[in-house]
Write a protein that binds this ligand. Sequence first.
Ligand code: PLP
Length: 459
Amino acid sequence: MRQKPDSQQLRQWDRQYVWHPFTQMSDYVRDDAPIITEGDGRKLIDSDGRSYYDGVSSLWLNAFGHRVPEIDAAIREQLGRIAHSTLLGQGSEASIVLARRLVEVAPSGLQKVFYSDSGATAVEIAMKMAVQFWANQTEDRSSPRQRFIAFENGYHGDTFGPMSLVWDDLFHQPFVGMLEPHFQIPFPRQHVAGSLDRCRGALRTLLAKHAHEVAAVITEPVQGAGGMIVPPAGFLRMLREVCDEFGVLLIVDEVATGFGRTGRLFACEYDSIAPDLLCLGKGITGGYLPLAATLATERIYDAFLAPYAERKQLFHGHSYTGNALACAAALAALELFPKVLAQLKAKIERITVGLESLRAFACVGEIRQSGTMCAVEIVPVAGGHYQWRQQAGKIVCDATRAHGMILRSLGSNVIYMPPLASELEEIDEMFAIFRLGLTDAARGLARTAGDRSSLEAEA
Ligand SMILES: *Cc1c(COP(=O)(O)O)cnc(C)c1O
């Protein structure tokens, strides 16, 4: 067997061969980012033997921690039989058993499971299903409804379909001519008086004029990548009512909020509603393997049934659709969720206490929380806001990393999203590190704030 590369060798190869997502590589090659070689519960261990709390659940995925005995065993057991076989034209055991379980736990009315392997594809598929649902009811089968209503500042993934839903000045400029213009309305905000009514009004006005060309309204229950923006209670219920009133479909993207993130298994449960299409991903395998699913109602599914020659089937699939190892991991994770959810309330309260302790820092602005999804805005001490290019959030994340916790920034927001199964003491320790990081970051932030005028001049 070849000798394992040591830490220095790994770092060199990382810089030489790996192109990292959402990363300016010219900065990355100068940054001593950790190279993770192991996981242990809520901690990540790097190639130099340092350990870090996984404070963003490995990008919002991890539910129970790393090396969970039950999930490890389920994957090994599946591996003893088969790792993967296709779902094109044949069945596979794990994917069948999981689909049945998902239908059992999902909001009622969602009866059919279409698998894929990332949140973006789950949304892509929901978009195709929605458009073709309308097409399949016409004579010539070109869809009269090819437009979506999405929410400003939303995020649904990085492939072209989901990208086209929400315009983003920062990320989308090179592709401007390739993105279909869909409708966008402002996302309502919790604690802002009249916010929900204004949203209902905007949606009804838009639909009164355009319902005949709208396939579906799509939303996240809480805007995740948009900075953990929490809507007023009853938001999903309002969408359900307005969509029904105008006869358009509702797609709820629970890729981030699903599997316990907001305190319930699905955020839809708070409003007791079911969308026509539900997108799931991220936490579905407890953060182990790439798996996603688009769940559909019987009504959507039935619109695709016809004699073969009518070409009404959904012409879509991916090589690894319904991967057996991933499905086995998801089944094991579903066994673990009830216990973790039962203990979640106390943890969410402990997180709230921790977040409150951050308010003592002058650089901390708005704090937003939905369950275990949290954003802490970093602001200049002199007032106002940082611009995205000042990377204020990253300055704080770099500082907490040096103290043993991995966090991730979104512009000037620092995102904190610990694994659901984090112990209370672990949450306390994570916030102790957060405070140390904020203390250390003060100098770097002051330097950045000093640069503000020159950056504004440049902008
Ligand atoms: C992360 C995310 C996606 C995209 O998921 P990927 O697995 O990264 O493709 C889609 N929608 C929401 C709400 C997300 O948070």
